[in-house]
Design a protein around this ligand. Structure first.
Ligand code: BTN
Length: 290
């Protein structure tokens, strides 16, 4: 029998209440009662791993089933976009990867990352009552600071270029304190706990994410309009001054809109316009460009 998720509109954390030391370990024993028997077969929970994406890539090569999910309490070599590392402190965040074999043209596949940002945002909203903003293209933010990043990696069939499989990796700062982040990123990274003042059940949030990812797979690619609308409403990049860094070149402009393909339409200071589909976009905010 699958357990129902309770709402985690839990008490506000007060110093000395004991909640600040609470650790809710992610284990299969804790997750499985909330998942159907069929789903339990493809959700693997690890205590510590180099990177859930790397681990799942190994399983994918050995023929792992579509939908296989790896979740870990800690990563020793968590990877981010653009070759960066992703700080993955023990027992504070959710480090999760899912194997997908999505149908559709290669160019549409890149939209999956944006769909995943929507799915994770919905799960966070369901569990915590707060709706994160989406910083184009795939960062989730609360109070202007990053709380979640997504790394999508793809393997394609040699000559044909067909997508063999996709690994979507999600890293969420859930219960981290400010000191848990390295000094250099303390101004730009935060956690859901820091933003809401509430201890968040990682078990509850992980289950909500798994459910949203499963719904995403059922809805892909037909229900694009709904994901696009949610994305546009949540996008914190539009209407802001942005700095575009591409091939080592920097340009300043204003993000005008998110296109049907989840790309960003930019108007530069000289009036010219460009649609940006990759590269790095920084939004001007309280702490300069983040
Ligand atoms: C980014 O913000 O640059 C993307 C970060 C993605 C981190 C997640 S954590 C789970 C999965 N495993 C990894 O090594 N990276 C992704």
């Amino acid at each position: 029998m699958e357990k129902q998720l309770g709402k985690n509109r839990n008490k506000v954390e007060r110093p000395g209440s004991g909640m600040e030391k609470k650790i809710d370990l992610l284990t299969e024993q804790k997750l499985y009662p909330f998942l159907s028997e069929e789903r339990q077969k493809t959700v693997i929970c690890l205590d510590c791993v180099d990177s859930t994406n790397t681990y799942l890539k190994r399983l994918a090569k050995e023929g792992a089933k579509e939908g296989t999910i790896i979740i870990a309490n800690e990563q020793t070599a968590g990877r981010g976009r653009l070759g960066r590392s992703f700080q993955s402190k023990k027992n504070t965040g959710i480090y999760m990867s899912m194997l997908m074999h999505p149908k559709g043209a290669l160019e549409n596949i890149s939209e999956i990352t944006a769909w995943v940002a929507v799915a994770v945002s919905k799960a966070i909203e369901q569990v915590t009552g707060v709706k994160p903003g989406i910083k184009w293209v795939n960062d989730l933010v609360l109070n202007g600071k990053k709380i979640c990043g997504i790394l999508t990696e793809m393997a394609s069939e040699g000559e044909s270029g067909q997508v063999k499989y996709l690994i979507v990796g999600i890293g969420i700062n859930v219960n981290n304190h400010k000191e848990d982040f390295q000094k250099e990123i303390q101004n730009i990274a935060s956690s859901i706990r820091e933003a809401t003042g509430k201890f968040i059940s990682r078990v509850e949030l992980s289950v909500a994410i798994i459910r949203e990812l499963d719904l995403l797979c059922q809805r892909w690619p037909d229900e694009k309009e709904k994901y696009l609308q949610y994305y546009k409403e949540a996008c914190v990049t539009t209407g802001k001054e942005v700095r575009i860094i591409q091939r080592g070149m920097e340009r300043i402009g204003v993000a005008e809109n998110v296109t049907e393909e989840f790309h960003l339409q930019i108007r530069y200071l000289d009036g010219t316009k460009e649609i940006v589909s990759n590269g790095e976009v920084s939004v001007r905010g309280m702490y300069g460009y983040v």
